[in-house]
Design a protein around this ligand. Structure first.
Ligand code: NAD
Ligand code: DAU
Length: 339
């Protein structure tokens, strides 16, 4: 079987490629990635010489390039991770998100219609459901929760989801969608909460917590997400949406304190800064469907996962120090300079 993994030079996509090549060594994996600021080819160096792996640098919105790849590879499955993913950047520049996340999804699915595939899988997010109030811990996102987005990022992801479901109904395209909660683990770009706080703490720099730090996210170790997607593309039903999450809700401030404690750094590094515009309060996934239908359960407890993640950042300083030495400095100054 040949699987095209788009966005495979990013955080979750690269972890998924490692997972697939190990779990299904007979399958061929083709990574299609345009290497935006968030894509890093060095991440894929452990698999570059694997004869079952191919890397192609192209943009999913480039229909000629996408068609060429489909003609060359005749893929069975497409797993679309490629996207602009950072909420704060979407608030600064929404258009880039609409292009990659909506038009890119459309271009990929049109190629699927033209050449025929067994499954198109869209990697979506719990953010399409909007947020939940802090004072209703009994509420969770199910697959029936209405889409109700807050940011340009989540709106672009929800638009793509609607398009995917429309292609199923209109063209009978064999699609599936997963909507996962916040991931953490190796190779996450250091603009996101956990790696940013690890990097700043190690440099004894202020840790910028938005608002009061009371917002809640539902954290899942990246390998558990990869395992869920692997199950869905092989055993999940066409036309279905699967929520993915491990019932692991944590306030941002508590995450930051755990990181400081683990690194032996003082809480005086915590700095409360102006809140994110439209900041979602709480995400919480109900994963009952994927558990009952496909037997999926998360394997990594947060206490173990966060320790592994911090250790990974400690032992791979060259990976993230290279990233934060370049244009990231301008980004950091723009986003945090006057906050
Ligand atoms: P990331 O930002 O780390 O990586 C995105 C990758 O996509 C990069 O390698 C980038 O170069 C590539 N890319 C972007 N635009 C492209 C384009 N037009 N053509 C080709 N490649 C392009 O992202 P991530 O955190 O790994 O997220 C991957 C997917 O999972 C996204 O679709 C995201 O919405 C979804 N998701 C992420 C999380 C999370 O917590 N990070 C949770 C749920 C869902
Ligand atoms: O829920 C899934 C989503 O999780 C994915 O769809 C997104 O692609 C991914 O980026 C992530 O979105 P979040 O906005 O939840 O992640 P982020 O790491 O940016 O922020 C997590 C929380 O931490 C959020 O409440 C904002 C807060 N935060 C973030 C940063 C970067 C801070 O307090 N300070 C910061 O500097």
């Amino acid at each position: 079987m040949t699987i095209i993994v788009t966005g495979g030079a990013g955080f979750i996509g690269s972890n998924f490629i490692f997972y697939e090549l190990t779990k299904h060594p007979q399958d061929r994996i083709v990574c299609l990635d345009s290497l935006t600021y968030a894509g890093n080819l060095s991440t894929l160096s452990p698999v570059m010489d694997n004869p079952q792996f191919r890397f192609v640098k192209d943009d999913i919105t480039d229909r000629t390039a996408v068609d060429r790849l489909f003609e060359e590879e005749k893929p069975d499955i497409i797993v679309n991770f490629a996207a602009e993913t950072h909420v704060d950047r979407s608030i600064e520049d929404p258009e880039a998100f609409l292009k990659a996340n909506i038009l890119g999804t459309c271009a990929l699915m049109d190629a699927c219609r033209k050449y025929g595939i067994k499954r198109y899988h869209q990697v979506s997010t719990d953010e399409v459901y909007g947020d939940l109030p802090l004072d209703r811990p009994d509420l969770f996102f199910t697959e029936q929760t209405p889409l109700h987005t807050s940011s340009p990022y989540s709106s672009s992801k929800a638009s793509a989801d609607l398009l995917v479901l429309a292609y199923h109904r209109t063209y009978n395209l064999p699609v599936s969608i997963s909507r996962c909660s916040n991931n953490y683990g190796p190779y996450q770009f250091p603009e996101k909460l956990i790696p940013l706080m690890i990097a700043n703490a190690l440099a004894d720099k202020p840790l910028p917590v938005y608002g009061k730090g009371e917002n809640v996210r539902d954290w899942l170790y990246v390998d558990d997400h990869c395992k869920a997607i692997d199950l869905i593309i092989r055993e999940g039903k066409e036309g279905e949406v699967y929520n993915v999450g491990g019932h692991n809700e944590k306030r941002n401030i508590d995450i930051v304190k755990i990181i400081l404690k683990e690194l032996g750094k003082p809480e005086s590094l915590i700095t409360y800064v102006t809140d994110r515009k439209g900041h979602d309060m709480r995400y919480a996934i109900d994963p009952a469907k994927i558990h009952h239908d496909l037997g999926w359960l998360p394997e990594t407890h947060f206490e173990e996962g966060i320790k592994k993640t911090i250790q990974w950042y400690l032992s791979h300083r060259d990976w993230w120090e290279t990233i934060i030495s370049g244009e990231y400095q301008d980004y950091y100054e723009k986003m945090y300079g006057n906050r």
